[in-house]
Design a protein around this ligand. Sequence first.
Ligand SMILES: Nc1ncnc2c1ncn2[C@@H]1O[C@H](COP(=O)(O)OP(=O)(O)OP(=O)(O)O)[C@@H](O)[C@H]1O
Ligand SMILES: [Mg+2]
Length: 236
Amino acid sequence: MSRLLDVNAIESGYGRSRVLFGVTLHVDDGESVALVGRNGMGKTTTIRTILGLCRATAGRVTFAGDDVTHRAPYRIARHGIGIVPEGRQVFPALTVRENLIATAANYGGAASPWTVRDVFDLFPRLAERAAALGIQLSGGEQQMLAIGRALMLNPRLMILDEATEGLAPIVRDEIWSVLRRLRERGQSVLVVDKHLPALAKLCDRAIVLEKGRTVWTGAPAVLAADTGLHDRYLSV
Ligand SMILES: Nc1ncnc2c1ncn2[C@@H]1O[C@H](COP(=O)(O)OP(=O)(O)OP(=O)(O)O)[C@@H](O)[C@H]1O
Ligand SMILES: [Mg+2]
């Protein structure tokens, strides 16, 4: 298995306030990896640093063998990282179909790139809502659309930040089942989420952040089952 993303001891933050003090993680081709930790521990900042939206002041981010640490965000995206951001951020004044095609691209030259029809097969609910505007969608539909939009970039790595946050259990389950199907197709994924049992069923590895540092790496099932670990790193 080849190394797709390698994040090595990165430090970063916002202005003069430092938030990350040494985050290390990796994702190999075809892997699903979970990034977890309590609120405010630096998960989103880690993602923003990988994407070039926060500047790394130390450490290195390597993607598909290239050092992308100080590259512009648009160049990193073109390198093959798709993001499903915290809060979804679908285009409110575009229809579902327009949202899917507005930013679609195949920079990596995928042999069979994602089509609108493929996304509709994955999320039949979006097909029913194809002509609805972004603003008219429920939270769950917006989340499905955000995932579909990221897939239309044909990313080598897809990153999801709290994709199941605030959704009804039935919608949440649908998102998890879609992520498992993507995994079967060989899609590499880095997923930030709080639902350990679901992560345990999906992911090869979990990374725990505490106060901007990687403090634990291991099997997500171990994290889900070990109450000591859970209390130490995750319970509020
Ligand atoms: N735009 C910003 N400007 C300044 N500080 C920020 C900014 N965004 C986040 N922070 C701070 O950085 C720290 C880490 O935040 P981050 O959003 O990375 O955490 P998180 O693990 O994603 O948390 P959550 O689970 O709540 O999403 C927090 O202390 C937060 O207050
Ligand atoms: Mg966050």
